[in-house]
Design a protein around this ligand. Sequence first.
Ligand code: V47
Ligand code: SF4
Length: 393
Amino acid sequence: MITQNDYPAVETLLQDARLDKALKTIGEKVLAGERLTTDEGILLFEKGELGYVGALANFVRVRMHGDKTYFNRNFHIEPTNVCIFTCKFCSYSKLYKHKEEGWELSVDQMLDIVKKYDGQPVTEVHIVGGVHPKMNLDFFVELLEKIRAHRPDLHIKGFTAVELDYMFRKAKLSVQEGMKKLHDAGLQSMPGGGAEIFHPDIRAQICHDKVDADGWLDIHRTAHNLGMHTNATMLYGHVEQYWHRVDHMERLRRLQDETGGFNTFIPLKFRNKDNEMEHVGEVSVIEDLRLYAIARLYMDNFPHLKAYWPMLGRQSAQLTLSFGVNDLDGTIDDTTKIYSMAGAEEQNPSMNTAQLAMLIKQAGRRPVERDTVYNEIKDYTDVVFSDEELMAK
Ligand code: V47
Ligand code: SF4
């Protein structure tokens, strides 16, 4: 297991006379627990080689969480893949005019998915999909109420700020009024999707027609003020420059200073299969790991950094656990399509608890099951799994 003994290694690294002066100053600030500036964030992207940023990020990760790596037991519901928006990176949505290629589930069909998990120890349902013009606020209020009535113990995490922005505008409600309605119906927290890259120059190129940065941040602020926790994502590795990434993280860090309502930062690697941005290519695994490490160093007020394993693939996800990541999402047990359609390694992402816990143990970390808001449910360090559990499909 990795322990606090990693500390001297970082201190030794900082003594190396060959180390760039500015990088050394950043390292010293990290050790002292001081916040990095935007210029320092950009410098880390420009000059910070993997070993250096990785050692620092691991130091911070161990300081915050020791060797714990969290996961939860969840399942996803995707109400529809029909979407009125036209994000160029999206391999998932079917435009409304091609909706014969898409699917749309009724409230009862979605409730049937929830019922499939009756008696199983899942703690969260994650509801996210395209923006269908006919699925309005009242439709989702009914869905939330029915899920809550059927299974009150299940934490309902749902809807990106993009879906909510459209729902509220259509219902002619303010963000505050709309959010309150959903919260009262059973919505307990929100995922982090739709953030992409906040800077308007990048949004204009990749997702010009959906909610802008201020709208996204305002919806999360409103949720936080109602006592809900939310996540934040960043879609990286396409047309953005390093400074756009830092600008994105800075906007999130500021809102977190204001509300404290974010749980987790989730960098999402752009995958280029079957979308309008195929020509852009994909960044290397080195760039992925550097990004996770720099995110851990920069986002000092975000308690958790998550690698979403269905998108990254299992082996890269294991690697991220040495580069700042302390959360691997959940034992996704369905046919989550948004990534498999974009070329992610995992075409049918599914891992049971034994497999996910073993993946974490093999990376030298301590698997801990959590609920959505990071209450610890079970430490799997000493749990021995049967071959059957480990081999199950
Ligand atoms: O906003 C779409 C991304 C997001 C592609 O909060 C793509 O716990 C890569 O936000 N390549 C939606 N990414 C999913 C999401 C999420 C996932 C898991 C956990 C949580 C959480 C949130 O998926 C979108 C967009 O950034 N996405 N297309 C693509 N080609
Ligand atoms: Fe619609 Fe989301 Fe795809 Fe954009 S990323 S087109 S909002 S489903």
